[in-house]
Design a binder for this molecule. Sequence first.
Ligand code: G6P
Length: 462
Amino acid sequence: MPTAISNAPVIVANRLPVARVRDREGVRWERSPGGLVSALAPLIENKGGGWVGWLGVPGDAPEPFSEGGIELHPVPLSRAEVDLYYVGFSNATIWPLYHDAVRTPEFERSWWRPYVDVNQRFAEATARVAGEGRTVWVHDYQLQLVPGQLRELVPSARIGFFLHIPFPPVELMGQLPWRKEILEGLLGADLIGFQTALGAQNFARAAARYTDAKLSGGNLLFRGREVQIGAFPISIDTARYQAIAAREDVKRRTTELRRRFGDGRKILLGVDRLDYTKGIDRRLSGFDELLGRYDHALDAAVFVQIAVPSREGVPDYAKMRSLIEEQVGHINGRHGEPGRVPVHYVYRSLPMEELVAWYAAADVMLVTPLRDGMNLVAKEYVACRPDGDGVLVLSEFAGAAKELTHALLVNPHDVDGLATAFEQAMEMPLDEQRRRMRALRRVIERNDVHAWATRFLEVLAP
Ligand code: G6P
């Protein structure tokens, strides 16, 4: 159990880093595969830190338990709270608002109270774990009130907050009926981290306009405390991806994929959670346009889109899925032949090894979000190209574009521009591919997810 002398942080995130799996041997807990978990787990494993979060299913939560050396503190959510706090306020109000309002945010009054109450429950669960002077690291848009609520409960806590998604310009933030409460909630932290410098600036402007916070030398003064703000671009577990890409079984799978899908054609790849912010529909339009420019389109290129199911309870996600599936059918109907189609589409999540094999097989990676806090798929692709070839086409509206400047940067709203960039990527000479990829690899080797977490905690340290 955590002790008073432990200085390992307490992590607070909407989801716990484990999922319950049922197999032949019975029910057990399995560590989630994401990069955030692999970065944060070593900081708290067997060190007395802990993780406060939701198990991802509605209903009662088990008592705190330990799994793989991590103390887990489950926070229960009722079915109604999942609808109002998670599906509603988090994913139909904040998510679209913070992503440039690419879907109209819903300002539904009945979602606000459950958001406050669930955040309060997270803050109280955290206060039970984190006594005086402990470091607490709160994550993401579902929990923006927790820093302020925890500050009330444990005034001496050292509180960091990291926003994984963009922070919107003040004109958009100003639309939110609860803008002051959200901003004050965040200002309960000692350090607020954003993916980009623009996110930090947007926040500082909004806080100065809608709260009593005062700007002071790049930071904010709020209720007698200094609140530091800054950009901390998140990254991936680079070495882990490189190691998987070097495995013989994964290489064999890559060769097989190339033989089956490439066969003289360039393989273009997209990998995304199926989310309307990811611009999958624009990417398909760009590919459709490209196919129309060739006489023998089917012999030139094949596009593989892996779409990972996500937030299926949110109506805009279900609509996006139908739109994409209709578009795929339309393109294949127009340009394909029986047994040979230009677009292969998969709607499911794939094991990490299989994803790496796909990254290694792809001549061109298409990452075209309309707005994205960072986009780790872009970084994963780069990590899986040990031979230094391959071309990354990247939206200028992804946070990753600020670091991965040697990608082919595109405006995902410009269908003609997308088709031209796809063509340029397919035709790029090998020496230019290598030159660009070398520069991209340097970025993810210097700043991996461990460096990111270490830097954040160093700045947060009192
Ligand atoms: C984004 C968010 C995370 C979230 C993840 C998956 O990366 O920034 O906070 O956990 O999407 O979404 P989900 O709603 O399934 O947790």
